[in-house]
Design a protein. Structure first.
Length: 483
């Protein structure tokens, strides 16, 4: 194995050492350093070892990496016969666990140095060779600096992950399940929000309640803040498409809004044939239905397949606490039954598709696919307004763009960045789809969900989510009183 104009020679006492030394070759290849690989035995091919050491420099070799086990004299022989820098890699042995190789490689007489790495430390040998070459090559110096930064980033990511986990676990006993603020006005409880009505405004306090299948399954630390702040981000981004109800965000969990009258229909826009809930198009398609929501779907479609174009699949929007679930509707039913005025509904259709197209483009830039989402609308002073939330993990399905096509072709589920992960776990592992009492949510799922919510906020918004200490009731009350 040889690349043109080799600068580094990677040699070993036996080809059985190559599985270890492959890491040195990969390190050299990563930095774009040319190398050659061969077998040279100091004991069984002494003439070849002599010729190799004497001729290496004439061939343009700048560094020799030599690996051997047991007696391990190969690196020492190379160092004795050549003025080139030699890096020794002691190979792990069955007899002494590599200690014999290490001592044989490292214990050199004065004047014949061998730079010895750890037992089986082939990767470090490759990197050290690059560092030696970089003393006379600025481009390699830059690559090494970038490499060091990537190592730092990995460590910081692990540290952040550990710190996040600790914060989440500590917060679990004090999550915001509900909040009662006297004197704030009439109170109403939604699936995840506690809503107060004050004059012509609504004060939405987003709790940590976790709903799916129209049922509260548990409570997730920081979830309320993520939903609220992500909605704030999207409301600002989309206000040119349609006005929205947001007035102010005085607290991470609080949004002050206009008091709009909600429409009786939710607008669901879908870009892919997917879903596990009873209102999803895949749930119906898999059962043999082809006319779904008044839309004719072709034969032969697969789960998670992209649709030719986004489709609207509206559903009812029952009052919270009514005990009713969302039910499928068609465009014709909405207009014929006069659930919504025809002109208004056509405006809702147009706006919903515009919002979905805008959201899809922004998500694509961030490496995500906006798979499907729901939009809720209300009327304020005769004007259509976007209300509730927009493009959050609760109202939308997100997939990782980079891996979607490969996983789809293999028949695998896409990597998701939303609460579809929760739905799939409950549906597939626990056999729960919304009927009856839900199973208790385990701690590992709570932690995973909290991290997913935080990650999707950071990925979409490009901002760092600032974790805070629980409990948060007093903070919320204080911040609300400011406005």
């Amino acid at each position: 194995m040889k690349t043109s104009r080799a600068l580094v020679a990677v040699i070993m006492g036996s080809d059985s050492d190559f599985p270890v030394m492959k890491a040195a070759c990969e390190a050299l290849k990563f930095f774009g350093v040319s190398y050659e690989v061969t077998v040279v035995s100091a004991h069984r091919t002494p003439d070849r070892a002599f010729a190799f050491a004497k001729g290496a420099q004439d061939r343009g070799i700048k560094v020799i990496i030599a690996a051997a086990g047991g007696a391990a004299h190969l690196a020492g022989v190379m160092a004795g016969l050549s003025t080139l820098p030699v890096i020794g890699v002691p190979i792990l042995t069955k007899t002494l666990g590599g200690a014999d190789s290490l001592y044989s490689t490292a214990q050199m007489p004065p004047g014949v140095p061998v730079a010895t790495v750890a037992i089986n430390g082939a990767q470090n040998a490759g990197i050290l060779a690059v560092q030696i070459l970089a003393t006379a090559d600025e481009s390699l110096q830059k690559k090494l600096k970038d490499f060091k930064k990537s190592l730092e980033k990995k460590v910081l990511t692990k540290a952040k992950n550990l710190e996040e986990t600790d914060k989440i676990v500590c917060a679990i006993p004090d999550v915001l399940k509900s909040i009662d603020i006297s004197g704030l006005g009439k109170r109403k409880q939604g699936k995840v929000r506690d809503i107060y009505f004050k004059n012509d405004k609504r004060i939405l306090i987003t709790t940590d309640r976790q709903s799916a299948f129209d049922v509260i399954l548990g409570h997730i630390p920081f979830k309320g803040a993520v939903l609220n702040l992500l909605s704030e981000f999207w409301f600002k981004q989309t206000k040119r498409i349609v006005p929205n109800h947001m007035i102010a965000v005085p607290d991470p969990n609080v949004m002050v809004t206009r008091n709009c009258k909600p429409t009786s229909v939710e607008m669901i826009v879908r870009g892919y044939m997917t879903g596990v809930t009873k209102t999803s198009i895949w749930y119906s398609y898999e059962k043999g239905e082809r006319m779904i929501y008044g839309i004719k779907f072709p034969e032969g479609m697969k789960k998670n397949q992209k649709l030719p174009r986004p489709v609207l699949t509206p559903t009812t929007h029952p009052e919270v606490g009514s005990g009713l679930h969302d039910e499928r509707l068609t465009r014709e039913q909405i207009i014929e039954k006069k659930l919504i005025d025809k002109k208004l509904y056509e405006q809702m259709e147009k706006v919903a598709l515009q919002l979905f197209i805008f959201g899809s483009k922004l998500c694509k830039k961030q490496g995500l696919i906006l798979v499907d989402t729901k939009y809720e609308f209300g009327i304020n002073n005769g004007k259509l307004m976007l209300i509730d939330e927009i493009h959050t993990p609760d109202s939308s399905r997100f997939w990782i763009a980079d891996t979607y096509e490969e996983r789809f072709n293999k028949g695998q589920e896409p990597e998701n960045f939303d609460k579809e992960f929760l739905r799939l776990r409950y549906a597939n592992e626990l056999g729960y789809r919304g009927d009856g009492t839900p199973p208790e949510m385990p701690e590992d799922l709570i932690i995973d969900l909290a991290k997913r919510y935080i990650a999707v906020y950071e990925k979409i918004s490009g901002q760092t989510f600032e974790m805070f200490d629980y409990p948060i009731e007093e903070r919320i009350k204080k911040n609300i009183m400011k406005v």
